[in-house]
Write a protein that binds this ligand. Structure first.
Ligand SMILES: Cc1cc2nc3c(=O)[nH]c(=O)nc-3n(C[C@H](O)[C@H](O)[C@H](O)COP(=O)(O)OP(=O)(O)OC[C@H]3O[C@@H](n4cnc5c(N)ncnc54)[C@H](O)[C@@H]3O)c2cc1C
Length: 402
């Protein structure tokens, strides 16, 4: 076996999953994350088979089981549902991806919990507060360069550092970030029994989108873990730094993909949480009483603004000792809840490619090139479909054939 050292810029979902997978395969790595720790960034993440199976491959058994137990309970119907404000169904659509059944299908996770699970056991290789600004690469090695003037040497650099990746900007300078103009807010409301009693049943399906018919939408997703998080952690990963999280309902509100801006939208980036809460209440006025109650119960301390951007689809490039995964190469609008799942899929695929090279089954650059080619074939169609303005408007069936 050839020994490699892999340097990963970015300790998000994709970068951490890659580190877990490499460790399992016996390949040395280090992760450099610009944030000072695992910060809060969003709430609930829809999971599908691509992401779930990547976790199964990369995580040790106890952490994979922890992911399954801390995933939301299996809903009666695992699908996307579009409702009007009176909670009448307009359409339903299965989630994209391979069939997702079995006793414990992949459902949804709390984003921070998943990242904390992914970071478990990586203390010795995960370096917080290290911001990459570029890289150097040659025929024999590659190194990320950091903003403090330092660098780290190894065999392969992986840009897993999100949509504004400096690694991608250097490798593929012609790929630009596109701003959809979609602006909105995230928030959560505690899922208490009395709230659950008044909420329309459809909100307990996989994911619900409530349209006001004026170019603004609410996206609503329940997170109620299969087992209380602290109990599952105590049993499966005692001592791991994984916070307890009570059940909640994630509520996002904002403009729809491709819609013209409506005049009464709040200024999501500058208004206070109180002003944004008042705006979302106004937007729900006259709606089904369960929806009105839900937005009333939003915890103002959880309100945060969101802006939806994505990447241009890259043309094929020549493989080298520098590669990319996740949002760093295919950031997409969240139309199908596929971005994080695709980042996880990439991580598992890159582990297999690097393992092939380490085991001498393929030369390194051929293995990296094969990984990149399959990513373009399998993920770029999802990326194109997610940016299609029809994606969330109707019973539109995405073309995922490429
Ligand atoms: C509103 C919304 C809802 C979504 N819902 C879903 C969903 O339900 N399901 C789903 O699959 N996807 C969803 N997504 C997409 C998903 O969030 C992303 O695709 C996913 O987070 C990508 O993971 P990543 O690891 O590639 O990148 P990121 O999560 O962006 O992680 C990149 C990491 O790199 C770090 N970093 C950045 N720059 C540097 C640097 N220069 N040096 C070092 N570190 C750096 C960052 O701090 C971060 O930790 C949603 C996205 C949005 C906006």
């Amino acid at each position: 076996m050839t020994s490699f050292h892999v340097l990963i810029s970015g300790g998000g979902i994709g970068g951490l999953c890659l580190a877990q997978g490499l460790r399992k395969a016996g390949i040395s790595c280090a992760v450099y994350e610009s944030a000072p720790g695992i910060v809060n960034a969003g709430y609930r993440l829809h999971m599908n088979v691509l992401g779930g199976e990547a976790l199964r491959q990369c995580l040790p058994e106890n952490l994979y089981e922890l992911y399954l137990q801390t995933s939301r309970r299996t809903p009666k119907r695992e699908m996307s549902v579009m409702l009007d404000t009176q909670a009448r169904e307009i359409w339903t659509r299965p989630h994209i991806g391979p069939p997702n059944d079995g006793e414990r299908p992949h459902t949804a996770v709390n984003r921070r919990t998943l990242r904390q699970i992914l970071a478990t056991g990586l203390d010795d290789v995960l370096h917080f507060g290290r911001t990459a600004v570029g890289y150097e690469a040659g025929p024999d090695g590659a190194r990320p360069l950091f903003d403090d003037g330092s660098s780290a040497g190894g065999d392969v650099v992986v840009g897993a550092d999100g949509i504004h990746s400096p690694i991608r900007s250097q490798l593929l300078p012609d790929v630009h970030v596109i701003d959809t103009g979609m602006r909105g807010m995230w928030s959560i409301a505690p899922l208490t029994e009395d709230l659950a009693d008044v909420m329309p049943d459809a909100l307990f399906d996989g994911f619900a989108i409530v349209t006001r018919g004026d170019g603004t939408i609410f996206a609503i997703g329940v997170y109620d873990p299969r087992r209380p998080i602290s109990e599952a952690v105590a049993d499966l990963a005692p001592g791991a730094g994984i916070d307890h999280v009570e059940p909640y309902v994630m509520v996002t509100y904002g403009s729809d993909l491709g819609a013209d801006p409506t005049p009464d939208m709040p200024d999501f980036a500058h208004d206070s949480p109180e002003e944004l809460h008042a705006a979302i209440r106004r937007a729900m006025r006259g709606a089904h009483p369960g929806l009105v109650e839900l937005v009333d119960r939003i915890d103002e301390s959880t309100i945060a603004p969101s802006a939806i951007r994505y990447l241009e689809v890259a043309d094929a490039w020549r493989p080298s000792r520098v590669t990319l995964l996740g949002d760093a190469i295919h950031a997409m609008p969240p139309s199908f809840g596929a971005g994080a799942n695709s980042a996880l899929r990439d991580a598992a695929a890159l582990v297999r490619a690097l393992d092939d090279a380490a085991q001498g089954r393929r030369p390194l650059l051929e293995a990296i090139g094969g990984y990149e080619e399959r990513m373009r074939a399998e993920v770029f169609p999802i990326m194109r479909a997610s940016a299609d303005p029809d994606a969330v408007h109707s019973d539109h069936v995405p073309d995922l054939a490429g």
